[in-house]
Design a protein around this ligand. Sequence first.
Ligand code: GLC
Length: 541
Amino acid sequence: MLSKYRWWRDAVIYQVYVRSFLDSTGDGIGDLAGVRAGLPYLKKLGVDGIWLSPFYPSPQHDHGYDVADYCGVDPLFGDLAEFDLLIAAARRLGVKVLLDVVPNHCSSEHPWFQEALASAPGSAARDRFHFSDGRGADGAEPPNNWHSMFGGPAWTRVTEPDGRPGQWYLHMFAPEQPDWNWRNRQTGAEFDRVLRFWLDRGIDGFRIDVAAGLYKHPELPDSDDPEADARTRDSVNPLAWNQPEVHDVWRHWRAVCEEYTAGDGRERLLVGEVSVPTAREHAQYVRPDELHQAFFFDLLSAPWSADAFRKVISEAMQDIAGTGSTVTWVLNNHDQVRTVTRYGEPATEGSGLGAARARAAALLMLALPGAAYIYQGEELGLPEVVDLPDDVLTDPIFRRTGSRARIRDGCRVPLPWSGQASPFGFTSGAESARPWLPQPSYFAEYATDRALADTRSFWHLYRDGLQLRAALPQLGEGTLDWLDTPPGVLAFVRGDGLVCAVNFGTAPVPAPVSGTPLLSSGPCTAGVLPGSTAAWWIGDL
Ligand code: GLC
């Protein structure tokens, strides 16, 4: 039976990218003890829960999204005892904890993949993955024409135990991330064990990596348009993604969660990273017996334009809310250029147009019906670090494509906590400790101690927005009605009388409500909504 209060429906969850949050050991890499030390900060911010990026044993080819052991903690990040302490501390503070589970692929160092490499073609060990003979003379061509999301072919050829060039295996991401074969029943059974292992340790749910993946077309046929697949990181290859069978997995995982909920009344949450072409297909993942939530990335992908934002919000409300779930909004994550930079000039200063727009977008997101996810550093207004030197870049996309385009290191630079110089309190080790990615000197302006002390900071905007969300029933689940507005402006009413308006232009416009706003993303006097600004009012229209 479902618990009555479905906490996740309008929850705000904070994504902790563990290796860049807070380092307790002085090795320059954030860890679980650092997350525990940072919990009071997150509680003060006012989030309902955290999602921890992968901390499992891993060779770190894709920073933990290459999992070698799904039921452990990599010594880089701590151990299971530290994990248990973190869960206990979070429980005491009333902060929910979600783990990141990676079911589409594992690490090439996973014992089952190592067993597959050591076994013969056609063996049971190989059937847990996608091994195929190659095409062409001597099988030297990949079995099909699919591209990897990280660039290059989606297949890598192995050397057989006898030393000869042999079969190929499928990897939709890096070669160090072989895809599981979900048509083999052992795969699903193994993930049942993994889910229960962590649920038994007291977590509140999972963020599911690549949740439209897992199953491939059974024949693994050629794609009709491999060049189109290669041009985009969106999951467009209809043979490799979004297969109907994946929905059975989410129904089953939901049932596992419900079983735990029935046991103790605490509702567990599944949130999927679902990249599919349309809002309608997206909605299928959040049907009542499937995932609770799926990130709605269209808001994140929308350009800074009133029309674009209105279109994606309306589509989401129509298609996803119609399933009985709520929409899960997101503006930033560890794979995307940060909003301050994305919406603005490529400058590194936080006072420009990009920062004003990012603040306005935050207020807009927090006023929408549904759940929201915040990526660490978003609450500080951190810009993307756009000038990392090539020799420190670690993103496999950079290695596989040789391109600086869309590399993801720039949003993963360790957080500044205090002080005037790197490591800005990120590492509690020796002064000489170096964060795993270099922090620019201007991070001093964004450090959490300065943010907390300055009421005009991003931090205060997020904290005030979250406090109002918790206090005002209009900002929970419920209706959104658009108001008539001039071009370049969006305004809507939530519930009985909370108005949110955003001016996407640069010139001031008359405000839709006469009084002084409850909260605004920039300086705002009664009756006027300045450019690149959002505000909330309760009052007469
Ligand atoms: C997801 C993760 C990303 C990772 C990829 C492969 O998109 O968010 O960081 O590289 O999956 O696991």
